[in-house]
Design a protein around this ligand. Structure first.
Ligand code: ATP
Length: 334
């Protein structure tokens, strides 16, 4: 089923939290809403869920107008950041709850709960209570509970943000696997660009209640259209025209002609370094990241970031020169 959002706007009093947001989500797609705190991601998710009204625009799933269907009847699965399990119910009861209130017969509920516990891989925890589970386990239960009702759409609001880094990384893969197997369209809110890059089919990058850019992770990384996206998704060196020309005049060859204010966004791996005793750039920091090292270089009063293979021995204080390919980087709106 296809989710269709067109020109949705939302006000809280005088404050406009969403400006004409339009987006379509395909029937098996995993879409991340990515952006800094306050950009409107949660508001958009809550509107889709039916937990928040909106002021103008269209919201449909398939041919059904969602304005006419309240939250309980949309048949969406929702998982929030806080695990929000029922504390007085066991894992199995939590997962089966939605089916029980839909008056499913007992044996069918039991069978479905068993399947879901296999799916999220914790059959042995069925009789435990939420307080007897780790954070990661609780969040798996919350996801299984959301999936129990065969949702038309799965909505995840920062589901991993309360977990520690290792569990978070594991669960990224697990959630993605389950979502692919079941083929449920999914929208996940996150402010973590790495999470969005690793999980999403498409990322919706938001800023101040507007969509800045929508694209695959590869798209957003390789072809950011605005300074904001270049900065928010991955690291970029942002150079104005003069500075870019100083770095290498070839870089101006692919600058779009029409646009007025443009900056060249150059990824750290596109800024090559070579030792050069006469170079006008100087290494100020070296951060070891395993196979690569991130090198900060001071050059004409600004700091540029390069990433090189860790076998290349650069030290703070080294004089260096840059090596950039003529077509490197992307010109973005400032
Ligand atoms: P975070 O990552 O911090 O949750 P977000 O991108 O999800 O941020 P929203 O929660 O959607 O942001 O909030 C968007 C804007 O709307 C914020 O400026 C917020 O203060 C405002 N806002 C959200 N809910 C309300 C409300 N009930 N009343 C008034 N303003 C609100």
């Amino acid at each position: 089923m296809h989710l269709f959002i067109q020109d949705v706007s939302k006000f809280f009093g005088q404050f406009q939290a969403l400006h004409n947001v339009s987006l379509e989500v395909g029937s098996e797609e995993f879409v991340c809403l990515l952006g800094p705190s306050g950009c409107g991601k949660t508001t958009l998710l809550r509107i889709i869920a039916g937990l928040e009204p909106f002021d103008s625009g269209t919201l449909k799933i398939g041919e059904r107008d969602l304005r006419e269907i309240d939250a309980q009847h949309r048949g969406f699965g929702i998982v929030f950041q806080s695990y929000s399990l029922f504390p007085n119910m066991t894992v199995a009861e939590n997962i089966g709850y939605g089916l029980k209130i839909r008056k499913w017969p007992r044996d069918k509920v039991d069978a479905k709960v068993r399947d879901l516990m296999e799916l999220v891989r914790f059959p042995e925890l069925a009789e435990r209570y939420p307080h007897e589970l780790s954070g990661g386990q609780q969040q798996r239960v919350a996801i299984a509970r959301a999936l129990a009702v065969d949702p038309a759409l799965l909505l995840l609001d920062e589901p991993l943000s309360a977990l520690d880094a290792r569990v978070r990384a594991e669960m990224r893969t697990e959630i993605r696997d389950v979502q692919r197997r079941l083929g449920i369209p999914t929208i996940m809110v996150t402010h973590d660009q790495e999470e969005a890059l690793t999980m999403a089919d498409r990322i919706v990058c938001m800023k101040d209640g507007r969509i800045e850019q929508v694209g695959t992770p590869q798209d957003l990384y390789a072809r950011p259209q605005t300074r904001f996206v270049a900065d928010f998704v991955g690291i970029s060196n942002l150079l104005d025209e003069q500075t870019a020309a100083q770095l290498s005049s070839d870089l101006l060859d692919h600058k779009p002609e029409d646009a007025a204010t443009q900056l060249l966004a150059l990824r750290p791996e596109q800024l090559g370094l070579r030792p050069d005793g006469d170079g006008d750039a100087r290494v100020t920091h070296v951060t070891f990241l395993g196979n690569i090292s991130r090198i900060t270089v001071e050059w004409h009063g600004q700091n540029l970031v390069s990433e090189v293979h860790s076998d290349d021995p650069f030290q703070p204080g080294d004089r260096v020169a840059f090596e950039v390919r003529p077509a490197a980087g992307t010109w973005v709106r400032a």
